[in-house]
Ligand binder design. Sequence first.
Ligand code: ADP
Length: 314
Amino acid sequence: MTHRTDLDAGRGRTDTNLAEERDQTDVRLERAAPEAERPASAAVNEAVAAERAGTDDSLLTERHEADAVVDRTMRLLADERRELGASKAALAGRDEFLAMVTHDLRNPLTVIAMDAEMIARSTPDEPSAARIKAWAAEIGGSCKELRRMVGDLLDFAAMEAGAIRVSTVRADLRRVIEKVVASFASRSTATAPSLVAEIPGEPLLARFDPDRIRQVLTNLVENAMKFTAPTGSVKVRAAPQGGEVLVSVRDTGTGIRAADLPHVFERFWRLGEEGGWGLGLYICKAIVQAHGGKIEVWSEVGRGSAFSFTLPLE
Ligand code: ADP
């Protein structure tokens, strides 16, 4: 629509200017007429020729301008066509993503279904408490994984539709950290690295959405535990810094290659096939930003990683 309007406007301007040029030439010719009524002199003919030449020059200039408008319009149309191509590619990417999601959702669901069947079949004949507990734990683990993945998916859909919403309250950040660390301690196994919290003795009052910040911390700690050997450690620290509170999750794990670091907060970015869809850190970043904070990463292969974020102090 805009291009057509540009084109029409360009042509309209050319026509109007052309008409004006011709009118002005005619007026000038009429003025020259009284002299020309006397015997037509060579001077008058020359004047007429000069006027005509001037009009032709103006016409040429107007034509160039009109051509420029047409060129610009064609360029805009080409841009629009390119943008349409990009949207189509984005849609194809989304379809691919949904296909992957459906596939990945099936795996934990299959484990749940199989284990449930094992429990049902085995319990009457084989009442071994240890085996039943192991299956039950597997069911619990799969369910948790499934819940996180579905949660990520829902957050992602919400982000596509707009921004992640946070409802903030003034609260002590230490409580959230303690809860997250305690939840990991309760499911800690011999193959998990040590997890400790280093928090100040006095309240860390900040304005935040407790559920959302718990989600961010859980994600960061989960990643840290996943990429750290049982002999390693994960530390959660929080302390005021300037007008903010700085929270960090530091591990002594595998670390991330420098070339990969710029991508960790990108959506769908992940190394390896295990775990989620590469949405966890992308969602963490959106949540922290929705609080007016900033999330950063430091990492070195072989030494470990540190993810830190800030929240406004109150
Ligand atoms: P997902 O939601 O699939 O778990 P994330 O966005 O949380 O993905 O993480 C993306 C990728 O970042 C992971 O696949 C992993 O390669 C890398 N990563 C995240 N945290 C750590 C960490 N603490 N140590 C090493 N690599 C990490």
